[in-house]
Design a protein around this ligand. Sequence first.
Ligand SMILES: [Zn+2]
Length: 161
Amino acid sequence: MDTNEVPGRENNPAYSHTDDSPVNLTDEQWKKILPRDVYEIARNKGTERPWSSPFEDSREIGTYYCAVCGNPLFRSDTKFESGCGWPSFYEPISKGSIIYAADHGYGMDRTEVMCGRCKSHLGHVFDDGPKPTGLRYCINGVVLDFAKAQAAEKKYEEGKK
Ligand SMILES: [Zn+2]
């Protein structure tokens, strides 16, 4: 996908689906670049309302990217219906695509997940997910971009079922 086709990303110099060099912009810079809803969750560690993301029940085949920097995060075939109200995945695309931090906020012991490239807040990971990992990556849909798989790849995926 051409990044110019992603609405709201035209003015984001950090956004790329292929460049994996670390992104280090200041909070002021992010505030100028990012749409307000993305900024609020990605940089202020906000949480979108449950059931508000169109990705929550999407079954489209393709790749989910960080909406802040374009880093590939999850494949659609690791997405599952968790019933928690947020898009849920059991495994990131690669070990480096996500970074983890202990989150003791709101009187809970949770593990925060952030984008491995730009350190934006994505959501949390819990250990009540399905096999094979047993993990549930509970992610705010606002900070995800989705690109459909190419037609040929899609046919291949459907053929496997
Ligand atoms: Zn990112």
